[in-house]
Design a binder for this molecule. Structure first.
Ligand code: PLP
Length: 415
C-alpha cells in the first residue's frame, strides 16, 4: 500500500505545536505543566486521540475475518497503519513490520523465536552495558533455555561504548548481537550502523532497540542494514501497549511462530497445523486494532516534520539544559558522550533523586527519577538512581529554565 509522504514538510514551531496536545494545558499543583519525562512516554496530539476514538465510533470490527463493510474498513485502517510505520523507518515492504505490544515484546519475540531456534550450549549473545532491562532479560531467559551465554560490551566514564571491547567480544561463538540505538539512561547515541557492519562481517545478525531513536531522528533500516529493529508507539506520540518490530525477510520467514492462536495459521487440523505468512504468523489473536490505528496517526504526526529538524531542536534543548544545569551547585551529569540525544541524567550532591523528583513535581515539573530500567548503568556510575529530563518536539528553552529554577527550590530545601 503506497504511503503518501507529507510535502512540503511542516516547519517545526514547538510553541504553536503545544496547542495540539491537550494535556499540556493541565495545571499541576497550581503550576503550568512542564513535561520533561518524554523518554518514559510522550504526550499525545489531538490527532492521535481522535484517531482512536473515531475508529471505535465509526469503523470498529475485527480484522482479516469477516466479509462485512466494517471489517473491511477496520482491516484497511490496520494495514494502512502498517504501511505508515514501514514508510517511517524505510522498511522495503510493510509485511516486514510486525505489530507488537511494544519494544519489549518485539525483543522477546526475537529472543524466543529466533533465539530458541538458533542458539545452543556455549553460543554467545552480545549486548551492551547500557541496555534497557528489556534488552537484557529476554536474552538471559533464552540463554537459560538454550545454554547460550550473555556477553556484555562495557562503556567508558562518559557513557561511550568501548568499540575495541566490542571487537574483542565479537568472537567465534557469537551468534547474535542486540544493541540499544540511543541509551534511555545516558542519552548516548551508539554508532549502530558501524557496529552492524562489524557483526555482519562475521555473519552475525543484529537487533537494534530503537525505542529512544525513532521519535527523535531519522531512522532507515535499509541504510542501517539491521536484521531487526524494535520500538514503541507511546514514546513517539502514539498510544501505550502497541509497538512494532521490523525484521529482515529471510530471517522472519525462517523463524517459528512464538505464540499460537487465531489469524497466525493457514490451516488447522488435529494432525497438522500450517502457519500464515509473515507478519501474520507473529500476530496471534485479535490485536490492539484501535491502538494500531492511532499508532498510524502518530506516524502521520511525526512525518509532517523534517526529522533532522526535530533532532536539531532537541539537541539545542540538550545543550541549553546542560549549560544551565552547570550553574546549579552540586549537579553532576551522568552520561557525557559526544553523541547524545535530547535527554540529560544527573545527580545532585547530598539529595536523593526521589526527593528531587518530589519537589520538582510540586513545582509542576515532571521528570523521571530512578534507575530508568537500566540498573547496570547505575551500578557502573556508582549511583542508586538519577534524575532524568528528556525532551520532545513540543519542549522549549523556557521549560528548561523552569526545571533549573525548580532545582534552586530543591537546593533551598536541602541546603
Ligand atoms: N528500550 C528502551 C531504550 C527504552 O527506553 C524502553 C522504555 O523505556 C524500552 C526499551 C521498553 O519500551 P516499552 O516499555 O514501551 O516496551
Amino acid at each position: 500500500m503506497p504511503v503518501h509522504t507529507p510535502s512540503p514538510l511542516r516547519r517545526l514551531d514547538p510553541v504553536a505545536l503545544r496547542d495540539e496536545f491537550p494535556i499540556l494545558a493541565e495545571r499541576i499543583h497550581g503550576h503550568r505543566l512542564v513535561y520533561l519525562d518524554n523518554a518514559n512516554t510522550t504526550q499525545k496530539p489531538r490527532s492521535v486521540i481522535e484517531a482512536e476514538s473515531s475508529y471505535y465510533a465509526h469503523d470498529n470490527a475485527n480484522i482479516h475475518r469477516s466479509t462485512h463493510l466494517l471489517s473491511e474498513r477496520a482491516t484497511k485502517a490496520y494495514e494502512g497503519a502498517r504501511a505508515r510505520v514501514a514508510a517511517l523507518i524505510h522498511a522495503p515492504d510493510p509485511h516486514q513490520v510486525i505489530f507488537t505490544r511494544g519494544c519489549t515484546e518485539g525483543i522477546n519475540l526475537v529472543a524466543q523465536s529466533w533465539g530458541r531456534a538458533n542458539l545452543g550450549p556455549g553460543d554467545e549473545v552480545l549486548v551492551t552495558w547500557m541496555e534497557h532491562h528489556s534488552n537484557i532479560v529476554p536474552w538471559q531467559i533464552v540463554c537459560a533455555q538454550t545454554g547460550a551465554v550473555l556477553k556484555v560490551v562495557p562503556f567508558d566514564d562518559t557513557g561511550t561504548l568501548d568499540l575495541d571491547a566490542f571487537d574483542r567480544l565479537l568472537g567465534e561463538r557469537t551468534r547474535f548481537v542486540s544493541l540499544i540505538h540511543v541509551s534511555n539512561a545516558l542519552g548516548t547515541i551508539n554508532p549502530v550502523k558501524d557496529l552492524i557492519a562489524r557483526a555482519h562481517a562475521r555473519g552475525v545478525p543484529v537487533l537494534v532497540d530503537g525505542a529512544q531513536a525513532v521519535p527523535h531522528m531519522p531512522v532507515d533500516v535499509v541504510d542501517l542494514d539491521c536484521d531487526f529493529y524494535a520500538f514503541s508507539a507511546h514514546k513517539m506520540y502514539g498510544p501505550t501497549g502497541i509497538g512494532a518490530l521490523y525484521g529482515r525477510r529471510e530471517l522472519l520467514d525462517a523463524m517459528p511462530p512464538w505464540q499460537g492462536g487465531g489469524d497466525m495459521i493457514a490451516s488447522v487440523t488435529f494432525e497438522q497445523t500450517t502457519y500464515n505468512v509473515v507478519p501474520y504468523k507473529f500476530e496471534a489473536g485479535t490485536p490492539n486494532i484501535a491502538g494500531v490505528v492511532a499508532f498510524g496517526a502518530a506516524v502521520d504526526f511525526l512525518r509532517q516534520f523534517d526529522l533532522d529538524e526535530v533532532a536539531a531542536h532537541e539537541a539545542d534543548l540538550l545543550r541549553y539544559a546542560t549549560d544551565r544545569l552547570s550553574t546549579v551547585g552540586g549537579v553532576r551529569v551522568i552520561g557525557t558522550a559526544r553523541d547524545k540525544a535530547g535527554l540529560v541524567s544527573f545527580v545532585l550532591d547530598g539529595v536523593h533523586p526521589h526527593d528531587i523528583g518530589t519537589i520538582l513535581d510540586r513545582e509542576g515539573v515532571a521528570v523521571r527519577t530512578g534507575q530508568h530500567c537500566a540498573q547496570p548503568v547505575m551500578d557502573r556510575f556508582g549511583v542508586p538512581a538519577t534524575v532524568r529530563a528528556s525532551f520532545a518536539i513540543y519542549n522549549t528553552r523556557d521549560e528548561v529554565d523552569a526545571l533549573v529554577s525548580a532545582l534552586t527550590v530543591v537546593r533551598e530545601v536541602f541546603g
